[in-house]
Design a binder for this molecule. Sequence first.
Ligand SMILES: Cc1ncc(COP(=O)(O)O)c(C=O)c1O
Length: 431
Amino acid sequence: MKKNEFLLTERMKHIPQGPFNVHPIFFEKAKGAIITDVEGKEYIDFAGGIGVNNIGHCNEEVVKAIQDQIQKYIHTCFYVAMYEPYIELAKRLNEITPGNFPKKTMFANSGAEAVENAVKIARHATGRPATIAFEDAFHGRTLLALSLTSKMKPYKFGFAPYAPEIYRMPYAYCYRCTFGLEYPPCEIRCAYFLKDFFNTYISAEQVAALIIEPVLGEGGFVVPPKEYFKILKKICEDNGIVFIADEVQTGFGRTAKMFAMEHYEVEPDIMVMAKSIAGGLPLSAVAGKAELMDHPQGGGLGGTFTGNPVSCRAALAVLDQFEKKNLLAQAEKIGKRVLEKFKEFQEVYPMVGDVRGLGAMVGMELVVDRKTKEPATDFTKQLVNRCREKGLLMISAGTYSNIIRPLMPLVITDEQLERGLSIIEQTLNEI
Ligand SMILES: Cc1ncc(COP(=O)(O)O)c(C=O)c1O
């Protein structure tokens, strides 16, 4: 029996099916944008550990920072007594996150946990109960984050009851506009809909926060029109609602700016970050206006592992690498090439219904029929599996799992990128 096959039988025996795996293989090592499995087969990584490896696998400076820190101390708990890397990282994130106002930052372990903290802070600061989230949103799997998440299967199904006081609006998903309109003549109806929403779903005075992804991640790399967030933010400001940007997937260079909100020139009241923040180690952050962040009482926020010193050191090294390697320019270049290639696919293959992108966050939506826009879910699955057989690792996204969303490390070489794209092309040709 081959090693992957053997490990798969072991996995089935000892691990429940809930923690799902897209690909039935096991990794041995990874470097840059290449992963090698336990049988020695190499893959070009277009999945990036779901957006975690923006600076590439096992970046040398990150490894060095981790090694240095683990010689000193691994865990002491910030709530017992403090350590410098936590402070230094908070200071740097306060400097680079959008917003020309005093900020404070706290750390947690995962994207979901950061989302939960952001909502807790907004509730505490406003004294209001409700949160507005969006269709096709993904904010995590813990119970409050799951309640904010939109997709039913597999995420929410069977886990009810959900957290109360969550209200859901349509997102600016132009390809599948809820209002049946087209941009720009629509005049961003979906954003102004928030005002109607206050009359028909929840009154503004009861809303603590609106939480939104600048570009939908799990929802399928959906990029809203440029005016969208300014309109939403203004309505929030007029009504005392905390505007939370969930930059867990868009952050740390994925869209060719450090944070996607910079493209929209909007300063969120609170921003949540995770994934690529610490080069692969678990860490998340909540950064926001100091007066909001300081609102909850001492001890009201936190957790045993939150802001682990090794993760903080790794994150500081990640920030240095962004500067030294000019990774934002690299993201821009990758994004342009992927967009160009996906647009070419759209001209040739009728199943490519829509192609859209912001920086290196480029999505290709596959449909059975361009007129009905019926999602090509099985076809997408087949494409992902056949690409793996040819040495390319990809994952899909979208409420109907019919969107290809490359999340390659931004250090991918031109040759690796071209090889990956040509594997997609060959496979589209075949099926
Ligand atoms: C936008 C967004 N928010 C939150 C999360 C949850 O992050 P985690 O899986 O680290 O809990 C994700 C994960 O994919 C995400 O993409």
